[in-house]
Design a protein. Sequence first.
Length: 199
Amino acid sequence: MSQHVEAQTFQEWFRQKSTQRKYLIQQIAALKVYLGYLKDGYDIAKKGLNIVGDIKDRNFKDHSTYFESLKLVNASVRNSAKVSLIVAYQNQIVSEFRKLRQNSDNQLTPDEIKYIEEVCANLIDECESSLSVLTQIVSDRTLEMKDDERLAAIDALYEDMKDKYAFAKSFTNSTSMLILQRSKEQFEIEASSKLNPNK
């Protein structure tokens, strides 16, 4: 058996090395081009991320400024005439009930006095609750609201306090009429007994 072996000549070997060298040089050149593309792409991505970060920061600052402004109360809202009227109505309600309490002891039964005290206490509590809400609405850094929302809330509180005052006035007037009627009846009974001492 004989094997056919061809030996590579020096020249063929040298040509193969030369071809391989050319191929490697081409690969290096291609890699340098790709490296340039990669660097350009990285720079673009970095600039893009910086722009996105700047926009995000600016957007966050804009939103922060906006939400911070919602916590500050405009002077025109704070100095609204209805704010003063709400407080005035509350003071009038307290005054009405104070006068009623001073005049109710002589002519009313203990149960009637207890009922009047409960009505007065409940209404005063509701008024204080409304004033607490009003204080939050017109105070800085307590609620996040737009000016028109604050004014709408003040309008609602004003109407509510006006209704409370109307109720308090009606209640105290009717109770005062009852006290006056009983005083008149008692006066007539006492006058009648003086005129007719035998009866």
